[in-house]
Design a protein. Structure first.
Lengths: 155, 180
């Protein structure tokens, strides 16, 4: 059995199907269907909206809807702007660090433990003796306080 | 004359000539349901008459009209699927269709057609469509491809696969069933 024969048989089967459909009277009357289609085409669909003929209630409803959407959009925009402003004004870690560096560079900054280094005789480490100048410790300007000396003697 | 502006009389005459073929095609697109096919055809005529579907003259009138029917049947099916539960309920409640008393030869013939229809319904849509268009409507594969909005090569593949599948679905004593 070749495929050509199969094709012929298939065609025969479809032909029978077609003949029976035509003979059985299943095909609806064309004139009736066309008349119905024409009537439907002539009558405006209840769902059709003709431009400019929107009823008042629909216009009011549409206006309210626009107002409602507008109000929500405005509130959302205001919230977003406020959030952005808050975020921008919060000092960052970098800014604090830069302030500390600037203070250090202008000698304003002092370590919390700097007082521990201020001991009697510390000035000896900060000056260079010179010939002809007052001896160290004899210069009244640099001489340690007498009371401090007495206290050390007591020790 | 611009083919997209057919006079109303000419348009109606063409529709009338093709009406039986259109109904057969609509039935095929609607799973051989006569009521659905009539609805689809009615909607198609409405589209054509109202100008929603306009013949552009790029293909044969019949090919274009079959394409509109196919598209309308798809829309109809989508709408029907959303109401599937309701339709099923109505079908259950409805009376079973009465089979007319037929002579033995007619009964056998009717049975053969029922088997063919059921086999076609078990095929994928594209395969069923191309077989119907070629064998029932006597279109070429190229015309069938235009109706189905697929390439010629694709239509050929659907055609060959459809035939093979249909042969396997039909009983062995018919159409070389069970072959391949």
């Amino acid at each position: 059995m070749t495929h050509l024969t199969d094709d012929q048989r298939l065609r025969q089967r479809f032909l029978e199907l077609r003949e029976d459909a035509e003979r059985s009277g299943h095909v609806p009357d064309f004139a009736t269907m066309l008349a119905r289609a024409k009537a439907d085409a002539a009558a405006p669909s209840p769902l059709t909206v003709v431009e400019g003929s929107r009823p008042r209630a629909a216009r009011v409803w549409r206006r309210r809807r626009i107002l409602r959407v507008g109000a929500w959009a405005t509130a959302a925009l205001a919230a977003a702007v406020s959030g952005l402003m808050l975020v921008d004004h919060r000092p960052s870690g970098d800014a604090e660090f830069e302030q500390l560096v600037a203070a250090y560079e202008t000698d304003m900054w002092q370590s919390p433990t700097a007082g521990l280094l201020d001991v009697p005789g510390i000035e000896l480490t900060r000056s260079v003796p010179s010939i002809g100048g007052p001896a160290l410790g004899l210069d009244p300007a640099t001489r340690p306080d007498a009371s401090t000396t007495r206290q050390r003697d007591d020790l | 004359m611009d083919p997209s502006e057919l006079p109303a009389e000419e348009l109606e005459a063409r529709l009338a000539r093709l009406h039986p073929d259109c109904f057969g095609w609509a039935r095929s697109c609607c799973g051989w349901n006569d009521a659905d096919a009539e609805d689809v055809l009615q909607t198609t005529y409405l589209k054509v008459i109202s100008g929603k579907a306009r013949f552009g003259g790029r293909s044969a009138f019949r090919t274009w009209l079959f394409g509109v029917i196919r598209q309308t049947a798809r829309e109809h099916r989508r709408r029907a699927e959303s109401e599937w539960a309701r339709a099923e309920k109505l079908q259950r409640e409805g009376d079973p269709p009465q089979e007319p008393d037929l002579p033995d030869v007619e009964v056998e013939r009717s049975e053969r057609q029922r088997v063919l229809r059921e086999a076609l319904m078990r095929l994928p849509d594209r395969q069923s469509e191309v077989l119907h268009l070629v064998f029932y409507q006597d279109l070429t594969i190229r015309e069938a491809a235009e109706v189905m909005e697929v390439s010629l090569g694709s239509a050929r593949v659907h055609y060959e696969r459809g035939k093979k599948r249909l042969r396997s679905l039909l009983p062995e004593d018919e159409v070389g069933g069970g072959a391949t």
